[in-house]
Design a protein. Structure first.
Length: 80
């Protein structure tokens, strides 16, 4: 049995990572050592346009990444 403590945000990070596989998603660490913004860096150009997206909540990051996916699709359609 794994008894290591987990942070409450770990489950949300896993959901975001599963949903948006074209990005590396993590929590930034502030200079005081506390967790800061929710961050996504682009690894698959088909998944977004901006190389980095930062938001204050997981919900706002999810919405921003959904918009990134739409922007990437519009860009692909325009190039065709």
């Amino acid at each position: 049995m794994d008894t290591r403590p987990t942070h409450p945000d770990d489950q949300e990070l896993m959901r975001l990572r599963t949903e948006f596989t074209g990005h590396r998603i993590f929590r930034a660490v502030r200079s005081d050592g506390r967790l800061g913004e929710w961050v996504a860096t682009l690894h698959d150009p088909a998944a977004g346009v901006d190389s980095t997206v930062m938001c204050p909540t997981p919900e706002s990051l999810r919405a921003a990444l959904a918009e990134e996916a739409e922007r990437a699709e519009r860009k692909r359609a325009w190039v065709r």
